[in-house]
Design a protein around this ligand. Structure first.
Ligand SMILES: NC(=O)C1=CN([C@@H]2O[C@H](COP(=O)(O)OP(=O)(O)OC[C@H]3O[C@@H](n4cnc5c(N)ncnc54)[C@H](OP(=O)(O)O)[C@@H]3O)[C@@H](O)[C@H]2O)C=CC1
Ligand SMILES: [Fe+3]
Length: 339
């Protein structure tokens, strides 16, 4: 299981560090957004580009040089380039020696490459201290301010001093660094942007399968069976009664699944005679999504409450309609016989 820790904010801001020069390689979307944010926060920014003369839309106040010239200007270089184009960095190994390289890249697919992008960068430029950061922050979020986006920046790296310097920059930009440990954690960090609702998938699929199964079971039992054997039309039940039976069953089943892994884990620990051994992956994953399972169960229970409240209202409306018909018939008979 991954370990996270929130670093305490420094009590005093080191003003000399705010004047630090930071180099950004790449003048694309992300490089420009990060550069602008850094300038706003008091850093001086030097961009490295293939075509320093032709670059447009760069934040004013930033300098643009060739990659090798820009690298000479700062000890920290943020690589705002896609991994596929990292090759040219091998030509700069000399100038990048001993510098901090911040890898911010993401991939299009999980496990697209055998090693993480950050580890690949460290392999290309062995003399540099590679730190992974910023990959979960989008260029758009940087521009629109951190308020409406995630403020967490996951940071990892093998050199603790380099990591601290990057975390200081993160803090100065108004974001929250989360130390994730060594560069080995980069693979995990690179997965975050590609995981949509990571722990919710299993509970959603499970509840969908349960609902569909129970729905067909109830339709066969309450609609098809009476129709075939008694010629009774019960299709109206499919709207309220059958869903209202499915919701509590699903809620209770999911609730049972919230408690079950804890029991299995306890039995496993008793059987193994120790609690210091890793659980199997399936159990680990199951334990981790208990909160989500519980919340989905709560959602179904809430639907059950709503539907249960709807049923008396339906009876009341039916009673009102029935009552109205009786009144009208009485009125008709009265008029008919009295005239
Ligand atoms: N956009 C986003 O919201 C986020 C992006 N990222 C990561 O940031 C990195 C950059 O993304 P983004 O700015 O969107 O990408 P862009 O395509 O907009 O920019 C990439 C830049 O890389 C430079 N580059 C260097 N070598 C090459 C080459 N051979 N071919 C093409 N470009 C080259 C170019 O700068 P120049 O022309 O000056 O040399 C180019 O502008 C990626 O790794 C991405 O995964 C991470 C989080 C969010
Ligand atoms: Fe009930």
């Amino acid at each position: 299981m991954e370990k996270t820790c929130i670093d305490a904010l420094p009590l005093t801001m080191n003003s000399s560090e705010k004047q630090e020069t930071v180099c950004i390689f790449g003048t694309g979307d992300f490089g420009r957004s990060l550069g602008l944010k850094m300038l706003q926060c008091g850093y001086s920014v030097v961009f490295g580009s293939r075509n320093p003369q032709k670059t447009t839309l760069l934040p004013s106040g930033a300098e643009v040089l060739s990659y090798s010239e820009a690298a000479k200007k700062s000890g920290i270089i943020i690589i705002a380039i896609h991994r596929e184009h990292y090759d040219f960095l091998t030509e700069l190994t000399e100038v990048l020696n001993g510098k901090i390289l911040v890898d911010i890249s993401n991939n299009l697919k999980i496990n697209q490459y055998p090693e993480s992008n950050a580890e690949y960068l460290a392999h290309l430029v062995p003399g540099a201290h590679v730190v992974k950061a910023f990959n979960t922050i989008s260029a758009w979020a940087l521009q629109s301010g951190a308020l409406d986006a995630s403020r967490q920046v996951f940071v990892c790296g093998n050199d603790s001093k380099a990591k601290q310097r990057v975390m200081d920059i993160v803090r100065n930009l108004g974001l929250t660094p989360m130390d994730q440990g060594s560069l080995m954690a980069a693979k995990e960090i690179e997965k975050y942007p590609l995981q949509l609702f990571p722990m919710w998938r299993f509970p959603f699929y499970l509840s969908a399968v349960l609902c569909v199964f129970l729905f067909f079971y109830c339709v066969i039992r309450d609609v098809i069976y009476p129709y075939v054997y008694e010629k009774k039309d019960n299709t109206f039940r499919m709207a309220i009664s059958i869903p209202n039976r499915i919701f509590p069953i699903t809620a209770l089943t999911l609730l049972a699944l919230v408690y079950l892994p804890g029991v299995i884990a306890a039995i496993l620990q008793l059987y193994r005679g120790t609690k210091y051994r890793r659980f199997p992956d399936w159990l680990d994953h199951w334990m981790l999504c208990r909160k989500q399972l519980g919340l989905v169960a709560l959602g179904f229970a809430f639907l059950h409450v709503l539907y249960t409240l709807v049923i008396p209202i339906r009876y009341y409306v039916r009673w009102r309609l029935g009552n109205l018909t009786v009144t009208q018939v009485n009125l008709f008979l009265y008029i008919f016989f009295c005239s």
